[in-house]
Design a protein. Sequence first.
Length: 97
Amino acid sequence: RNSKYWERPNEFIPERFINNAVDYGGHDFSFTPFGSGRRICPRKSFALITVESTIANLLYWFDWNTVGGEKLDMSEAFELSGRLKMPVHLVAVPHFS
């Protein structure tokens, strides 16, 4: 929220990004919302541990089946980040019931 980089920095104005000439390649720190290095978000590590713990508990306490027993399509879509072509629909069945 630095007025050096943004006009009216404390207001939500998503239009400001439409025709912006700022370098998105990681060399312009005005796009780093929580800082970097020593000043990075202090709760980032807690958030990562919480997500990891939640996923571990879901995998531990439930068996996962596809809806209707259909075969899982693992083909990938080619994009910036890897993702499956088809969405995965799963049913959680309590493991220790």
